[in-house]
Design a protein around this ligand. Structure first.
Ligand SMILES: [Mg+2]
Length: 375
């Protein structure tokens, strides 16, 4: 059980780290450089990687926004022995001031700006049904895994999501991820997990609606899209992967935000990348590593979809499959994984932010060197 709790973070971090070298690439672009991308490279193949891709590379083994925001959430919940929305707002703002955050999207930045200007916590979130919150919440399911902690789990997941992503789909799907993690940690089978997910999702939809009634900004506050979708998706778990991916695209297409041209299963929309990660992590015909690799070779939002699948796989299988020696910041990530079990806060807030800021600066320097042709 302890390994499954730790796996919720280490699996997330591994999905993030493994997906980073091809983040935002198309499938054919990955094929041109790597053939099939099978593992974290020992070194970048700089002579094969196009210049426009080089500019966004980070040092191999570095974790990105997915993991650092998960660490912030873990830190926050352990410090406050639960959920405290003021404190979460403060971490988001302080991390921004200290330049700790990296790889962040415009919705996250816009939400933090609103908080920084003194905006109300209930109204800070951006209009986004993306997977930028689902990617970080898995470890909450390791902190609040006991059945009697379900209320805390729901509150922490939904409110922390709404403060950056003010959308019912984003919040409910994030709750699905953290609850799935808690169920695998308790030892339920895939079948049992999916059976429980249905009524849980309805509960999360109700809770989000009631927050909207209490003044929270929540787009799409009154719908059952996620619970309906999961009910259908339950039938797809063991279908061939290509069939699953087609089903995901077909079902998500009518709900794509304007500007989306393709319903690709690795796009950062909860009904695409989110559902894809959940379904892939529920498969039993592939090893955890094969699952992450299969996701990543599809391209698009590789690190984030793999991070969501990774947190679930870690909770399902523990940590033996995770090559922790490939993590650049392994000692520290291991301490955070231990903290999920023993609830001991691994470092002070100022240390957390200064280490993350240092890593962010190292990533920038690396990209600068690549741009100037020094690497
Ligand atoms: Mg990322």
């Amino acid at each position: 059980m302890k390994d499954k709790q730790k796996g919720a973070l280490l699996g997330l971090a591994w999905g993030d780290i493994l997906g980073c070298p091809v983040e935002g690439w198309k499938k054919h672009e990955i094929e041109l450089v790597y053939g099939t991308y099978r593992e974290l490279p020992e070194d970048y193949l700089f002579d094969k990687i196009p210049d426009n891709k080089k500019a966004r590379l980070r040092p191999l083994g570095f974790h990105s926004d997915d993991t650092q925001q998960a660490l912030a959430l873990i830190y926050h919940c352990l410090t406050f022995e639960g959920w405290n929305r003021q404190a979460w707002g403060q971490i988001l703002v302080q991390g921004f001031i200290e330049k700790a955050w990296r790889g962040i999207g415009r919705n996250f930045v816009a939400a933090v700006h609103r908080l920084r200007k003194g905006g109300l916590l209930k109204e800070s979130g951006s209009s986004s049904s993306g997977i930028g919150a689902a990617m970080r919440v898995g470890p909450l399911g390791a902190i609040f895994y006991r059945p009697e902690q379900k209320k805390q789990l729901l509150q922490a997941t939904i409110e922390s999501t709404l403060m950056t992503h003010a959308d019912q789909l984003a919040a409910v799907f994030a709750a699905v991820v953290s609850y799935t993690v808690s169920l695998f940690i308790q030892g339920f089978s895939v079948q049992e997990v999916w059976e429980k997910l249905h009524s849980f999702t309805k509960e999360a939809e109700k809770q989000t609606k009631s927050l909207a009634e209490q003044g929270w900004k929540v787009d799409h506050e009154n719908n059952q899209l996620i619970s309906n979708m999961l009910e259908q998706a339950m039938e797809w778990i063991d279908k061939p992967i290509e069939v699953v991916r087609n089903q995901i695209s077909e079902c998500a297409r009518p709900y794509l935000a304007s500007g989306f041209t393709r319903a690709h299963p690795n796009q950062g929309f909860v009904l695409l990348g989110g559902l894809h990660a959940l379904l892939m992590a529920s498969r039993s015909d592939l090893s955890p590593h094969q699952i992450l690799i299969s996701i990543i070779n599809e391209g698009y939002d590789t690190d984030t979809v793999a991070a969501i699948a990774g947190t679930i796989l870690g909770a399902r299988y523990g940590i033996d499959w995770i090559p922790i020696d490939r993590f650049y910041d392994r000692e520290r990530l291991l301490k955070y994984a231990d903290a999920l079990v023993d609830q001991q806060i691994p470092e002070t807030m100022s240390t957390f932010l200064s280490i993350e800021a240092k890593l962010t600066q190292m990533e920038k320097d690396f990209q600068q060197q690549l741009k100037s042709g020094n690497i």
